[in-house]
Ligand binder design. Structure first.
Ligand code: PEP
Ligand code: MN
Length: 338
């Protein structure tokens, strides 16, 4: 951290600043130029509480140099982290497409969903038993028994399962059912108590980006999980809210290379909640993979028009199959595999 000192700062004000810096366990290095004086801080600047120096009379500006996130940053670990989910690597050369319905509905719907996901060549399956809905009057998910329908259907074809956790009181149930990846949804990206709890688990986490979250806020949310011990975190860009109303959200493609630069953790993209329309999903998926995403989270349904939730954006089994074929070509072109 570098502190720029006000030109009119008195000797006493300057001494007070240096004293405060030392009180926080840091070493001040004063550099007096012909026009300005700056103070460099040696040591871990994260020891400083936010805003601790800004209000001092000698201070004009405080400029951090270290990132506020640590464990998830590339500064901490320079090589890509590959997360192993029952033998399936996420974050390595191989791209993973996690497909399945928005919500778990019935045992039969889950059985045919699982068969279609497997037949398309996907190695993991998604589906929500607990749904975060905008309206309290719409379908909220089938609840506890949904995890059984999901587990049974996915086990029959050998696919690990990804499902959303909204409430800490369901953690024991998730562990009991052996949920392979816990999804923290957009609306809970900054539910810090939930993040702390999943941080204590030994289960990989998909952390979706908040509706209007900045990259830094998203990285800090992941840092919460990592700081509590769970380093197996996968970022999922799912579109952000902007002024545009022509589609559900704006897929932030730029976030992919930016995040890959800032963090060693895998980054995947959810083109379904970004576009909100099935016809947009193939193009957004291709853009995501071409931009360096490590995988996708895609909604598919055995019969999209009958889906209980997000029917407009679900791919049919045939559309999922076609998408996988197209993505395979892109993966090859960029030296990866699908
Ligand atoms: C979902 O993936 O089922 C979901 C609700 O997505 P999001 O949290 O991105 O809205
Ligand atoms: Mn959905």
């Amino acid at each position: 951290m570098i502190v720029i000192v006000k030109p009119q700062a008195t000797a006493e004000q300057m001494e007070h600043l240096l004293e405060r810096i030392r009180q926080f366990g840091l070493q001040p290095m004063v550099s007096t130029g012909s026009e300005r004086t700056v103070v460099g801080l040696l040591g871990d600047e994260r020891l400083l509480p936010e805003g601790a120096l800004e209000s001092l009379p000698a201070v004009e500006q405080v400029m951090p140099i270290l990132k506020p996130y640590k464990l998830v940053s590339r500064e901490f670990k320079s090589t890509d982290t590959v997360i192993d989910v029952r033998g399936i690597p996420i974050g390595g050369k191989q791209i993973q497409v996690i497909a399945g319905p928005c919500s778990v509905e019935t045992p039969e719907q889950m059985r045919s969903s699982a068969e279609a996901v497997k037949a398309a060549g996907c190695r993991l399956m998604r589906g929500g038993a607990f749904k975060p809905r905008t309206s309290p009057y719409t379908f909220q998910g089938v609840g506890d028994e949904g995890l059984d329908y999901f587990r049974t259907a996915a086990d029959a074809v050998g696919l690990p399962i990804v499902t959303e956790l909204m409430d800490v009181r369901k953690i024991d149930l998730f562990l009991e059912k052996g949920v392979d990846i816990i999804q923290i949804g957009t609306r809970n990206m900054q539910n810090f108590d939930l993040l702390k709890e999943v941080g204590r688990l030994d289960v990989p986490i998909i952390l979706k980006r908040g509706l209007s979250a900045t990259i830094k806020e998203w990285l800090m949310a992941a840092e919460y999980v990592a700081a509590h011990g769970n380093h197996r975190i996968i970022f999922a860009e799912r579109g952000i809210r902007t002024f545009e109303t022509a589609y559900r959200n704006v897929l932030d493609v730029t976030a992919i290379p930016v995040l890959k630069r800032e963090t060693h953790l895998p980054v995947i993209v959810d083109p379904s909640h970004a576009g909100g329309k099935a016809w947009l999903v193939p193009q957004l998926s291709k853009a995501a993979i071409a931009a360096g995403a490590d995988g996708l989270l895609v909604e598919s349904h055995p019969c999209p028009e009958e889906a209980w939730c997000d029917a407009d954006q679900a791919l049919s089994p045939q559309q999922l199959m076609t998408l996988m074929g197209d993505l395979r070509k892109i993966a090859e072109a960029i030296g990866r595999e699908l």
